[in-house]
Design a protein around this ligand. Structure first.
Ligand SMILES: [Zn+2]
Length: 92
């Protein structure tokens, strides 16, 4: 991991917390890294210089998640087909 220089909150002066890029658990949408004030000051939502590596990684994870979703749907279709054809429950 790259070292991220600590930044200070423009409102309260507290040391900001670096939040690495990831995928929101709430919305499922990928987001870029940002700095967050531990005291919850809203005006610190400025973005640090764009870290292309992180963005590429987020994009790849999002693409993989999409692939997994499609594969799961395919497996479900195959299981349904097996059930219809032989009247048995597929394992798993
Ligand atoms: Zn603050």
């Amino acid at each position: 991991m790259e070292y991220e220089e600590p930044k200070k909150c423009a409102i309260c002066g507290a040391e900001l917390r670096f939040v690495p890029a990831g995928v929101s658990k709430r919305t499922g949408k990928p987001y870029t890294a940002f700095w967050s004030c531990p005291n919850g000051c809203k005006s610190n939502s400025y973005k640090p210089p764009i870290n292309t590596g992180s963005i590429i990684l987020v994009d790849r994870v999002a693409a993989l998640e999409e692939d997994v979703k499609e594969i799961k749907e395919d497996i479900k279709k195959i299981k349904d087909a097996i059930r219809k054809r032989w009247g048995i429950e597929a394992q798993g």
